[in-house]
Design a protein around this ligand. Sequence first.
Ligand code: SPM
Length: 278
Amino acid sequence: MNGKDFWINDAWDKEKGRSISIKIKSSLESCRSEFQQIDVYESECFGRLLALDNIIMLTEADEFAYHEMISHVALNVHPDPRRVLIIGGGDGGTAREVLKHDVEEVHLCEIDREVIRVSIKYFPTISTCFDDQRMKVVTDDGAEYIKGYKDFFDLVIVDSSDPIGPARVLFAEEFYNNIHDSLTEDGIAVTQSESMFYDKGLIKDLFVFNKRIFPIVRYFYTLVPTYPSGTIGFSFCSKKYDPVKDMHKKIIPDLRYYNYDIHKAAFMLPNFINQIVG
Ligand code: SPM
């Protein structure tokens, strides 16, 4: 940095010949964990930023658009979600949203304890979940942890990083079979499924095998300016409930992105992605 302009680019996308850049004011922490490079920056216009292996995971300015949508859509479809598992999500943002509902227990299984540590230290408005009595925090490989549960969770949320490095196994068919088995008979899974503009091949693969595993599989998306293409999507995998027809209108306080019209609109897809997931 040293007084010069410093920009962070999404490393994975840069390799593919495209880039979003965010101007950085200062580096707050830079460390190498057992699994990955972890960086926390103060950015010029998005607040603090967390990057894993030089790929942007979140910024303070737009994280709500991601964390609200990965959580509240399914929590407003399942009539009575009691037990929730979050795989990944070590920053705590997804759990913060889940805990706004009347849930009994939330298991958070993050492979990298250093992600939890830096999130508690540098992102206090995001990592609020870690003091909640309903939380069970585990540092383990989510792909292994889920094998210990059968017919147990009402909702499984996979808040993963990209399908490279430690999160690669979280995009495999075997993992989704294990998610299916861990869910109760009317359970739902929501999984981070990347950009409909940039990751069509990945989304196609996910939908081919998930349609064999779950009776109802849909793609929905949210808008996040600091992710490549400005949008990121999720797979909605359900044993019983339709994400739109079975929507409930629960009262949830303090939301900045999610509302009932957004819930429905998020499943309305452009033709090019409908052809892949439809
Ligand atoms: N709790 C926030 C964690 C973020 N999880 C999703 C990050 C996905 C970033 N992928 C962007 C695409 C880059 N190739």
